[in-house]
Design a protein around this ligand. Structure first.
Ligand code: ADP
Length: 254
């Protein structure tokens, strides 16, 4: 078991009051599982991913990672947990003035001190360069290692973000609508790439494209209004379930 969430709630507290983004979420994810999160905008998918990568803590309930309750961990242990979890965001957030290779190298930063990080980016050790080059290869960017990130296309930048996660070599890969800002043609290509390079890892991804989620994932978790409304094998996701999941949005749009 990688994740075990029991009765998890998360409240954002702001000046305008509290927003209950998640409530009563109970979810288990086993090692090697591929799970798609579906749901309308504002459902709580990103918040759930931020709890899973230990950026946020539950306001209520318990969240354990590999059998350890995250709320019981000190900051050093929490950092060690975060290194085992790689996240890919909708926008790749590369450093524009650094090369593809240097950006991929940033996947190692979580395990280094600030001094070592700075030195590694200026004068990288041969083994680190080898690791970064090895990660650029499966994403099809070997020929672009020396190109600056801001000279790359959106699809290429997202490939560098995938390479950065490969350099990090995490146990779990989380993805938050990773292809939502790309051309539809590129989406399928990059989804297949992400699947191939994370083959033996646990993958939890909030997906924008329902068809793609149903085709590629084993398990689909529907989230709406901060709650898990279904958790079924992809083959059991019916048009009725999807209609209920997105119903509120359809009504608003109509
Ligand atoms: P999704 O990823 O499914 O679109 P989110 O997890 O981003 O949903 O948001 C869930 C709810 O929490 C929404 O009502 C959203 O407005 C709110 N929310 C998200 N982030 C914050 C924040 N930093 N502060 C306050 N409210 C937030």
């Amino acid at each position: 078991m990688i994740y075990d969430l029991r009765g998890v709630a998360h409240l954002y507290r702001g000046r305008a009051g509290a927003v209950r983004a998640l409530d009563e979420v109970t979810l288990r994810v086993s090692r090697g599982e591929r799970v798609a999160l579906l749901g309308p905008s504002g459902a709580g998918k990103s918040t759930l991913l931020r709890l899973l990568n230990a950026t946020l803590r539950p306001t209520r309930g318990a969240l354990s990672f590999e059998g350890r309750d995250l709320s019981a961990l000190g900051s050093g242990e929490l950092r060690a947990v975060r290194r085992r979890i790689g996240t890919i965001f909708q926008h790749p957030s590369l450093v524009p003035s650094l090369t593809a290779l240097q950006n991929a190298l940033c996947g190692r930063l979580g395990s280094w001190s600030l001094l070592r990080s700075l030195r590694a980016l200026v004068v990288p050790a041969r083994e680190d360069v080898r690791a970064a080059l090895a990660a650029l290869e499966p994403v099809g960017l070997s020929g672009k290692a020396a190109a600056r990130a801001d000279e790359l296309s959106g699809g290429q930048q997202q490939r560098v973000a995938i390479a950065r996660v490969l350099v990090q070599d995490p146990e779990v890969v989380l993805a938050d609508e990773p292809f939502a800002s790309l051309d539809p043609g590129l989406t399928v290509q990059l989804a297949d790439l992400l699947f191939a390079v994370t083959e033996r890892r646990t993958l939890v991804a909030a997906m924008h494209d329902v068809d793609l989620a149903l085709q590629r994932f084993q398990r689909v978790v529907g989230v709406r209004g901060g709650r898990v409304v279904f958790d079924v094998p992809a083959a059991e996701v019916s048009p009725e379930l999807l209609q209920q999941l997105y119903a509120r949005e359809a009504r608003r749009a109509g």
